[in-house]
Design a protein around this ligand. Structure first.
Ligand code: ATP
Ligand code: ATP
Lengths: 215, 215
């Protein structure tokens, strides 16, 4: 079964689908427009033509037993809402949907989406930050496999301090934030010890982060 | 003189303007629609009604001697392009413009913008990453004034190692990346010493980062 279904291949949906494929994920893309389906296929995304207002059409297209569906239909509010409701009925664990305006967003939240996405607003805010700080947060993506990832503290680290564990020296990993219950410890220093249940947000090479989780 | 001018108060422009104001910046917003100007003013953004196709109207509105102009007109390609050309003629140092499609983007680049912005595509890519890593990079924004910022290495740090400087302990600051010429050192460990000309990308409380730069 596919991991991700993207419904709607506008600029947002198509770039989401392409990037997921680029990140090695299984993706099924759906659009009612034959032209957009073809465009997606030409970009290396497996796509199927279907009308997302029809439960039967979505089932036949393969939208069931998937972990994540992203509804990327913007202008056609009815289609966006109907498609979301159908996915809810199909018991998709995580549904994400793009919203065109706050009222649209409220309806989607009522139906029960994981997260509502507002591309224009989010990029507006992000641009404001990067203009002011002069820093694009995408620097983190510039080193070939450097990633920011979240992981549960490995058992063998509980009760040990960062200074003793030397994660930077051994794995080249920075612990950026420790999430402990409701509090956030940003840039924890060497004396901080990990506690059971801590969630860590780390920066480092993806392969090293995986190695840390395995050993 | 204002620091930022935002032309066009669609969702992208309005949220950019609001966030810049929130970040303490001087902002002038411009839109041809009286309704959108009023909406912006109600949101605390100083806004003026003007048609961005007219050099005289833009001059009268105060678009001159500004550092940055962001052209946030999406659908009306002619207006977007004309406004950009006018800003070039007014010798604005940095012009940013939102583009609706790759051809639009090419024209803007030809005129000479600092950066072309594609909100839908950028958010599509970013969502792909956060779905796959399970981490929203916005966690960094969750601690009240934690920021990622870029700074030139302070003179007094040159030749000293991270282990000796103890930035986390003294300032609660993590050095995430050292940019040295064309190379990137991600999550540098304690033995790394700073060199003249290094550019640091750091995570920490904004006030502490400023304190570090001052002393
Ligand atoms: N009922 C539907 N079933 C399947 N696809 C649909 C349906 N309604 C709309 N779509 C598709 O959704 C896609 C995105 O919709 P649209 O372009 O209106 O949104 P948008 O918000 O303007 O897109 P973007 O801003 O991401 O470019 C279109 O390709 C359209 O064909
Ligand atoms: N010549 C012009 N002078 C001033 N404002 C203009 C001009 N042309 C368009 N605008 C304004 O630009 C704003 C944004 O344009 P529009 O809504 O078409 O773009 P958009 O890309 O759909 O917006 P968004 O996606 O950010 O919501 C509108 O509020 C509109 O009034």
């Amino acid at each position: 079964p596919n991991q991700y279904v993207v419904i709607g291949l506008g600029r947002f949906g198509l770039s989401l689908a392409k990037e997921l494929v680029h990140l090695g994920q299984e993706v099924l893309a759906i659009d009612q427009s034959e032209e957009r389906v073809r465009e997606a296929e030409e970009a290396g995304v497996y796509a199927v033509q279907a009308n997302a207002r029809s439960k039967m059409a979505l089932r036949e297209a393969g939208v069931q037993n998937v972990e994540n569906v992203i509804i990327a239909i913007g202008e056609d509010l009815e289609s966006s809402i109907l498609a979301t409701m159908i996915c809810k009925e199909l018991e998709i664990p995580r549904i994400y949907a793009k919203a065109d305006n706050p009222v649209h967003a409220d309806v989607l939240r009522h139906i029960g989406v994981e997260r509502v996405i507002f591309p224009e607003e989010e990029v507006g805010k992000r641009l404001a930050h990067s203009l002011v700080t002069g820093v694009l947060m995408d620097y983190i993506d510039m080193a070939p496999d450097a990633s920011i990832m979240e992981l549960t503290v490995p058992d063998r680290f509980v009760g040990k301090s960062l200074g003793v564990l030397q994660l930077r020296r051994k794995y080249g990993i920075s612990v950026l934030v420790i999430k402990r219950g409701d509090s956030l410890i940003v840039s924890p220093h060497g004396d901080h010890s990990f506690q059971a249940g801590d969630i860590l947000i780390v920066l480092g090479a993806r392969s090293e982060i995986e190695r840390l989780q395995r050993r």
